[in-house]
Design a protein around this ligand. Structure first.
Ligand code: 7RM
Length: 653
């Protein structure tokens, strides 16, 4: 097979390197490349001893018998052990000075603020755990959570974990149909929701959507409703209950259940390329261990820090890095309910200034929006409290990385570009901020204990520096997904059959001569031009490096001559005007930056790109628009339908 069909070619050149400042390294948990190498070697040489030592950071009711049972592709971690996620996130801090430390600092979009100390959070969680029990929820039952980003969401998660119920969080923006699919697939007995939530100044009427959904969900016995907005809702007698009324009737005493290490903690649905969403299953001990360790290592979390991950909790990032990772570490985690541009485009910077946030973790899509809105919104705020910045969700273009570093981080904060997936449970590839010199656009190196590689489709290791291929994980890791809920065949097929013997991540990547990983985008999005397979990320980065461009997405369109032609959808910086001359200039710019091969055949200007709720560009939809002008595939995860309408309308012009 020729290399052009097995590999992905790389065309991006990036030479800048930023070593951590000495002052940062000195105080860091992992403070030098040598420290990192030592941990890596320890994990590689004797993995089970390494993981056993790490597991000592958690509380165990009973220690495990076996670190890992691996019957490929099924893993059991810490079998025989008994623990509880809610206990680890709450109870163990109550015995220390942290009992009166802020666990959650919350801001609603309209501006309200709430702070819950560890002691207060523990009481609320115990009460709600008793409420769930009273509703008949038992160990192993599934509970759906369809809530805005309010403290009750974290409380409900921890309450489920406390009694061994498995939660399934459904994004507060999803439709009734999306709820029906997910609730039925998991067979949930209870749904927890709210009257509504706030988003860009408007109320999102969650309970109305749930009422619609519950017509098609035979397993649901009860619906518990948080009063958030105070707007009028219909309550069906016998089925619907107010959270605050139930909570008054139960005690605040609820010991954490001693659960098996492999007890199912949560299901989180993620969309596959085709077909129905996959219910990714995570279990108790291994998931928590990795969420705990990565939060501490990657964010270099200290007791004094105010930590803010902006992700919605309906996304895996919110599970691991808004709730479980930070709370397990006894940290102060900030939660913000609403949009970044409400009431004005500086809301995030206002929040950082007001709460003196030290660690800030967000997505490239947000960063590109901030760039588009203009740096004046950032610079009018005092962001000197920040000491570390993170990104997740998509490849970050080097230009956006540099802007993040200079404008938000004042040139002084390390950036951790963290690569991982719903399936991996926690961060896999990332700099350690006190140890790893960073390069704009690279997630750098795998964390200790994580064995990743780049392979061809036929399973040969791609060893040449800079050569693209498929990103794989070669050894089981504690927070790996255990299966797809109710569909183990699909689990084997999607992740363990593409390339023999390894976990197939579905991303293209290359490794440079320093062993740094560069993620090139989803392999489904790869464009084949005259036999050259190009990742989307690199062409998009070339476009974004032009001063007029804020964001770009490139897709293939069938082309008789070349196999595929390249269509680029481009949004411009706030002040720029569209013109044919600019289109020409951008095509030339790409040809100059990476070669004539990657020159887009067509540039289309657009105000916005179609994205998922977590901010990922949906190239699949753009591909359909570019080739046929219509969209026929699944659009349930689309954030803003009007974007699609506009793109279609443009097509008809
Ligand atoms: C955490 C999360 C997973 C997919 C993954 C990648 C992409 C995530 C990065 C990234 C480049 C990153 N879970 N992705 N992080 N690509 N650099 N730092 O996003 O299940 O929703 O998505 O996201 O394609 O496979 S997810």
């Amino acid at each position: 097979m020729s290399s052009s069909t097995t590999n992905i070619e790389s065309v991006l050149h990036e030479e800048r390197v930023f070593p951590p400042a000495a002052s940062f390294s000195e105080a860091a948990h992992i403070s030098s490349p040598a420290d990192y190498e030592r941990l890596r070697a320890e994990a590689a040489d004797a993995p089970e001893e390494f993981w056993a030592r790490m597991a000592g950071e958690l509380h165990w009711f009973k220690k495990w018998d076996t670190v890992l049972k691996w019957d490929a592709p099924h893993a059991e971690w810490f079998a025989g052990g008994k623990t509880n996620v809610s206990y680890n996130c709450l109870d163990r801090h109550l015995e220390t000075w942290r009992r009166n430390k802020a666990a959650i600092i919350w801001e609603g979009e309209p501006g309200e603020q709430r702070t819950l100390t560890y002691l207060q959070l523990h009481r609320e969680v115990c009460r709600f755990a008793n409420v769930l029990r009273r509703m008949g929820v038992r160990e192993g039952d599934r509970v759906a959570l369809y809530l805005p980003l309010v403290p009750e969401l974290a409380i409900a998660m921890l309450a489920c974990a406390r009694i061994g119920a498995t939660h399934s969080i459904i994004f507060g923006g999803f439709s009734a149909t999306a709820i029906i699919d997910r609730v039925n697939d998991a067979g949930c007995r209870v749904v927890v929701t709210a009257d509504g939530g706030w988003r860009r100044g408007a109320e999102v009427k969650l309970k109305e959507t749930v009422d619609e959904a519950l017509k098609g969900t035979p397993t649901v016995e009860h619906c518990i409703v948080v009063r958030r907005t105070g707007s009028r809702v219909n309550m069906t007698a016998g089925r619907d209950h107010w959270w605050h009324e139930l909570a008054e009737t139960v005690s605040a005493d609820c010991p954490a259940a001693e659960l098996d290490s492999e007890h199912p903690l949560f299901i989180l649905y993620t969309s596959g390329t085709t077909g129905k969403p996959k219910g990714i299953l995570h279990t108790t001990a291994g998931y928590l261990l990795w969420a705990h360790l990565t939060t501490k290592w990657v964010f270099d979390l200290k007791d004094e820090d105010t930590y803010w991950c902006t992700a919605d909790i309906g996304w895996v990032t919110g599970h691991s890095y808004v709730v479980y990772g930070p709370l397990s570490n006894g940290a102060t985690t900030l939660m913000y309910e609403g949009a970044p541009n409400w009431p004005e485009p500086d809301r995030f910077w206002r929040i950082i200034e007001r709460h003196r946030v030290n660690i800030f973790y967000t997505a490239p899509t947000a960063i590109r929006a901030f760039i588009k809105w203009g740096e004046q919104w950032v610079s009018k705020h005092d962001l000197s409290s920040l000491r570390l910045l993170g990104t997740v969700g998509e490849p970050i273009n080097p230009e956006a990385w540099m802007w993040y570093r200079e404008v938000v981080g004042g040139g002084r904060c390390p950036i951790v570009d963290t690569w991982w997936q719903t399936e991996t449970g926690g961060i896999m590839i990332s700099p350690l901020p006190g140890a790893t010199p960073t390069k704009p656009g690279s997630a750098t190196k795998p964390l200790p204990g994580i064995e990743v590689d780049i392979m061809t489709k036929t399973g040969e290791a791609v060893t040449a520096a800079g050569q693209g291929g498929y990103l794989v994980i070669k050894r089981p890791w504690p927070s790996m997904l255990r299966t797809i809920w109710g569909d183990d065949a699909r689990y084997r097929e999607a992740y363990w059959s593409e390339i023999d013997g390894v976990y197939f991540a579905g991303d293209g990547a290359r490794r440079d001569r320093d062993g740094y990983y560069w993620i090139m985008g989803r392999v489904d999005d790869v464009i084949n031009v005259s036999g050259h397979r190009l990742g989307t990320m690199e062409i998009e980065s070339a476009l974004v490096s032009h001063e007029a461009v804020a964001e770009a997405a490139v897709v293939a369109r069938p082309d008789e001559l070349k196999g595929s032609g390249i269509v680029a959808f481009v949004t411009l910086e706030g002040s720029r005007e569209t013109s044919d001359a600019l289109k020409e200039e951008l095509r030339r710019h790409v040809a100059k930056e990476i070669g004539a091969l990657a020159r887009p055949d067509e540039i289309r200007f657009t105000d916005a790109l179609p994205k998922t709720r977590s901010g990922k560009i949906m190239r699949r939809l753009l591909r359909e628009i570019a080739s046929s002008g219509a969209v026929s595939g699944d659009t349930t995860t689309l954030e803003d339908f009007s974007v699609l309408e506009k793109l279609r309308a443009q097509e008809e012009e």
